[in-house]
Write a protein that binds this ligand. Structure first.
Ligand code: 0O2
Length: 212
């Protein structure tokens, strides 16, 4: 496929990622301005690179005619939470929005992947307006804790380094680390209320100073 054609295909996805990122950032701002704890801590977004699309097409035997149908994560948003409990709240926020329609979900938190990967995935339908008109496209939203994200980031780098064939002694370590993260998230949850209180008072104080 020619580069110009790729640009045309990916352009609405760039718009979707920009809009969704902005909207989730604004949710954080709204919570904080209201003096409330935000269940979303960080927002990240990306459009899948052409080489990564081509890899996945080959891996999943996807035909060039139905890339947009079959590849649900051309637009990807990652929402990072501090605590496991926040993930449910974030899903609820998305469920209640009129501009995002949930198509499907994958709960890799209750049941982690064999690799040890944990995250909650939503595939949504989202409409963008371009100069050619309206377009309803799919986007993947990954929701996970800071600790789960740390694990996924490290594992992703190792997948890249070993080209998908991570040596067994390293995968064993990763599985152990994944279990340790469940324990860490559980421990952090047990002090969630205190941490939330502390952060709220800290933010209120910081806001008062910046208002002067
Ligand atoms: P990238 O580079 O992040 O875009 P699969 O059949 O498992 O390949 P599928 O059916 O598309 O994937 O859906 P799934 O399982 O929900 O995975 C989608 C995305 O979740 C992946 O996209 C990764 O971002 C992330 N993910 C899934 N499994 C793992 C894992 O074991 N480790 C890490 N670090 N991330 C994972 P891509 O396109 O594979 O990769």
């Amino acid at each position: 496929m020619e580069i110009q054609l790729w640009r045309e295909i990916l352009s609405p996805y760039e718009l979707a990622v920009d809009e969704l990122t902005l909207k989730f950032h604004h949710i954080i701002r709204e919570y904080r301005r209201a003096g409330l704890y935000s269940p979303i801590e960080q927002v990240d977004g990306r459009v899948k690179t052409i080489s990564s699309i081509l890899d996945k097409m080959q891996r999943k035997k996807i035909n060039a005619n139905n890339i947009e149908d079959k590849l649900e994560d051309i637009a990807g948003i990652r929402l990072i939470c501090q605590f496991v409990e926040d993930i449910e709240k974030v899903v609820e926020i998305i469920e209640n929005r009129s501009d995002m329609e949930i198509k499907s979900r994958k709960d890799y938190i209750s049941q982690s992947k064999d690799s040890g990967y944990r995250s909650y995935h939503l595939i949504i339908y989202y409409e963008v307006n371009t100069i050619y008109g309206r377009k309803k496209l799919q986007a993947e939203i990954q929701i996970r804790t800071l600790a789960m994200n740390f694990w996924a980031t490290v594992e992703h780098s190792l997948q890249y380094k070993y080209k998908g064939n991570i040596p067994e002694h390293v995968t064993d370590k990763l599985l152990q680390a994944s279990d340790a993260i469940v324990i860490l998230d559980r421990e952090m949850s047990s002090v969630r209320d205190e941490i939330m209180d502390a952060q709220n008072s800290f933010r209120k104080k910081a806001n008062m100073v910046s208002d002067i």
